[in-house]
Design a protein around this ligand. Structure first.
Ligand SMILES: Nc1ncnc2c1ncn2[C@@H]1O[C@H](COP(=O)(O)OP(=O)(O)OP(=O)(O)O)[C@@H](O)[C@H]1O
Ligand SMILES: [Mg+2]
Length: 380
């Protein structure tokens, strides 16, 4: 019996490229990833021929969608950089439509802001310039802290290359589809959760190009039944490169929370993160200092392993709110890594209080951002 991948290939062979050759003979197809009825692939094209290829992409998606057993299809166009300097650049505009986009004033290079998600009142990013500073841990516990304030909260794992939410929330099941095409988020501890990690096997090596990442993100934002949410927390991939900048532009963000450890190197990256969000006109709601102080669980002695207070000073210097300090605690690490986040499983503990206080400050910041600017009356 032919595998689903073979059937997809056979269908693609029936679609012709702009020059009439079968798509499979153009040498432009990426490897095809098939997982649980979901098909992902990209077509690499010359930047100046994107227009001709767009209709091919649409026909290819339609053809693959008709294969029995295929639930969803994502085919992205990848434009090679002029001069062929290696890897493809992330697109300035997504291949997926962003209908109803409204201009975000004053954002250089971002003439159009993406449309909001119906039913979702506010989307906030949790980001860091540097990897491994505890962004995903903070994102999950912040989302739970917002839940404890009585809000309806969702969390989206935008880290396509290294999704963490399946592990942090111990989710092993796969999301169900609604009406054949839309996905239902998985509900855990009262949070609506979506991650690319639910759709692909943990061991699958994901070599995704910029546009593919963007369409995966767009699908997780717009083709998921999020329902009515007060806040959606987006766990961003680390870094401040082109890919992150494009993401920050494509997600309709109300604000960003920056996570940093206290040492100088991490702070330099945090500064870059703040600059990136400012560039695309997304308000920075504040900085969280993570792994701030270590309190020995045996003797109670404090040690400032990575220094202490650096993020607070940096926040003051840059004129952004300081949201709080999360200590380096074995309990936080153990609970995070075993899928039982501290705010959900230790509701009366000291670390939960810290995350709830951070959540309260984030909500305050969001409320301030939503308030209309005061009218300035100039008297003649
Ligand atoms: N406050 C903390 N105390 C102790 N351990 C922590 C703390 N915050 C995070 N960790 C641990 O540090 C590791 C990295 O955390 P996490 O995965 O949240 O970081 P990240 O910034 O999202 O990483 P990546 O850049 O890979 O996405 C995990 O093992 C996590 O449990
Ligand atoms: Mg992470």
């Amino acid at each position: 019996m032919a595998s689903l991948k073979d059937e997809v290939l056979a269908k693609l062979a029936g679609v012709s490229g702009p020059d009439g050759a079968p798509l499979t003979a153009t040498g432009k197809l990426s490897d095809i990833v098939v997982s649980d009825g979901k098909v992902f692939l990209s077509i690499t094209v010359d930047a100046d021929r994107v227009k001709q290829w767009e209709s091919v992409r649409e026909r290819a998606e339609k053809a693959v969608r008709a294969v029995p057993g295929v639930h969803s299809v994502m085919i992205a166009l990848t434009a090679e950089r002029a001069g062929g300097a290696g890897g493809a650049p992330p697109p300035r505009r997504p291949q997926m439509p962003t209908e109803g986009a409204r201009p975000r004033e004053g954002a250089p290079g971002a003439a159009q802001a993406p449309a909001g998600i119906p039913g979702v009142a506010a989307i906030i990013a949790v980001a860091s310039g540097k990897g491994g500073v505890g962004k995903s841990t903070v994102a999950v516990n912040l989302a739970l802290g917002l839940r404890d304030l009585g809000l309806k909260v969702g969390i989206l794992d935008a880290d396509i290359y290294g999704p963490s939410l399946p592990k942090l929330l111990a989710i092993r099941e796969r999301p169900q589809t609604v009406g054949g095409t839309r996905l239902k988020p998985i509900v855990r501890h009262g949070l609506a959760v979506m991650s690319i990690g639910f759709l692909v096997e943990e061991e699958t090596p994901m070599i995704w190009r910029g546009p593919m990442v963007m369409s995966a993100l767009t699908q997780m934002l717009r083709e998921v039944e999020w329902g009515t949410l007060d806040v959606m927390v987006v766990d961003m991939p680390p870094g401040t490169g082109d890919a992150q900048l494009t993401m920050a532009q494509q997600v309709p963000l109300k604000g960003a929370v920056i996570v940093s450890t206290p040492q100088d190197l991490a702070l330099i990256d945090a500064r870059r993160g703040i600059a990136m969000f400012r560039r695309v006109n997304v308000p920075v709601l504040g900085i969280v200092e993570n792994m701030s102080t270590f309190i020995c669980p045996h003797c109670g002695t404090r040690s400032d392993i990575f220094g202490h207070g650096g993020a607070r000073h940096e926040a003051e210097r840059l004129g952004v709110p300081f949201l709080g300090e999360v200590p380096l605690a074995i309990e936080i690490r153990e609970k995070s890594d075993s899928g039982a986040p501290v705010v959900a499983t230790d509701p009366d503990g000291p670390h939960t209080k810290i995350f709830r206080d951070i959540a309260a400050r984030v909500r305050q910041g969001l409320a301030a951002e939503s308030r209309p600017a005061p009218k300035i009356v100039i008297e003649a």
